[in-house]
Design a protein around this ligand. Structure first.
Ligand code: PRP
Ligand code: HPA
Length: 176
């Protein structure tokens, strides 16, 4: 367990001043170069859900990097995968939630029929920073009457205290 976490953590690189001065950016893509390490990351997330939640109906992945982990998890958990995207990308009737950016706000969407009332939903993303993205996703799923049983990320940036914004159960595989 600890060896898997340290292998995954060790594969994540830190880039100074990206995307702008003063930001230390954690890059997940080195993880994807080694299938054994990627497999560790996915198993740690899948096992957490199996142990803590048991069966779930839907994994919701957040654009863009939540799309990398969500479908791999849903295949292993035997449940649906549903995307939440930035406004204007999904066809058909959509449900929206707005969230705060550094300057102004943006809107995220899910397809209206994608989640049925009462379904058990796990929200997955690569990383939580300020928590704005994750809390908007919770609001969106709540509008659709889905039950958010877990908010799950691979990486939590502790300094930014994003978890304080969440009222639902939360778990991060590793922290910086
Ligand atoms: C990043 C990351 C999370 C979000 C976390 O995505 O993948 O989705 O930011 O930040 P927050 O906790 O402060 O909301 P980004 O907005 O860069 O979008 P992208 O994955 O589509 O590039
Ligand atoms: N890495 C990747 N995505 C992010 C980060 C980061 O450090 N901060 C906010 N989104």
């Amino acid at each position: 367990e600890n060896t898997r976490i340290s292998r995954v953590k060790g594969a994540i690189t830190a880039i100074q001043d990206f995307p702008k001065p003063g930001v230390l950016f954690r890059d997940i893509f080195p993880l994807f170069k080694d299938p054994a390490v990627l497999s560790d990351a996915v198993s740690l997330m899948v096992e957490h859900i199996k142990d803590k939640i048991g069966s779930v109906d839907v994994i919701v992945g957040l654009e863009a990097r939540g799309f990398l982990f969500g479908p791999m998890m849903s295949v292993q958990l035997g449940c649906s995968f549903v995307p939440i995207r930035k406004k204007g990308k999904l066809p058909g009737k959509c449900v929206q939630a707005s969230y705060l950016l550094e300057y102004g706000t943006d809107i995220m969407e899910a397809q209206a029929e994608a989640i049925k009332p009462g379904q058990k939903v796990v929200i997955v993303d690569d990383l939580i920073a300020t928590g704005g993205t994750m809390s908007a996703a919770v609001e969106l799923i709540s509008k659709m009457e889905g039950r958010v049983v877990e908010c799950l990320v691979l990486i939590e940036l502790l300094d930014l205290k994003g978890v304080a914004k969440l009222k639902h159960p939360f778990f991060s595989v590793l922290q910086f």
